[in-house]
Design a protein around this ligand. Sequence first.
Ligand code: IPE
Ligand code: IPE
Ligand code: MG
Length: 251
Amino acid sequence: MAGEMENQSSAALRHVGIIMDGNGRWAAARGLPRTLGHRAGVDAVRKTVRAAGELGISYLTLYAFSSENWSRPKQEVRDLLGLMKLFITRDLAELCANGVRIRVIGDRQGLSRDILGLIDMAESRSAANTGLNLNIAFNYGGRDEIRRAVIGLVGRMEAEGRDCASITESDITGALDTGGQPDLDLVIRTSGEMRLSNFMLWQAAYSEFVFLPCMWPDFDKSWLEQAIEEYSSRTRRYGGVPDADAKDIAL
Ligand code: IPE
Ligand code: IPE
Ligand code: MG
């Protein structure tokens, strides 16, 4: 397996994932309702997508709504769904003009028709774009994604008469919502919380993690640059040893 992994190097930064956390606390600190925190969060999304394009990042995944976020108060869930709709409606033209390719990852089942229509429109209109690849993780849970991938994979294998015991890691990787995309190199979480909250469990197996103290609405290009700088100082090992040590062993 090690041979399939990239060499120990932090140089390549192809895929950045962001757990956008802290909208509620940002609002509370200002005596505002949580919904205004979410609204301010959408402005930070705009800034971040622009910055990622400027910094030459190929893949950006934003965690917008988790499969567990349905457990929030009904009104807050409605607000969050409304903001997703508004974002696509208002921003799609500009995103397309900037060459952004949009994919929405997560479970489509249970989503309302109007949201499904907007998601389809965003994906199809941006399908030929060759700039930043933007994944919006919406109604997304890492475990649920793996569950759906396994169901799809097993169904296909049975149809082809293949033995499920021969399933490989790359079969599963390819069957995920992010099939064909590189693993996450860097995961950023704002708000100071240090957990994954069911974000891209499979794709984050060897990611570097940067936890930032800022609340999501305050995130901007300079925070992104700071996280990338921190990433550049890390040595990725993938279970091996650093290059210099490997040479010593060879002698
Ligand atoms: C992130 O901010 C937005 C979503 C999870 C949808 P939160 O709403 O989680 O804000 P906090 O964590 O309560 O401050
Ligand atoms: C994670 O944030 C989900 C998103 C950013 C969409 P949460 O605020 O839902 O995570 P927990 O509940 O603090 O783990
Ligand atoms: Mg939170």
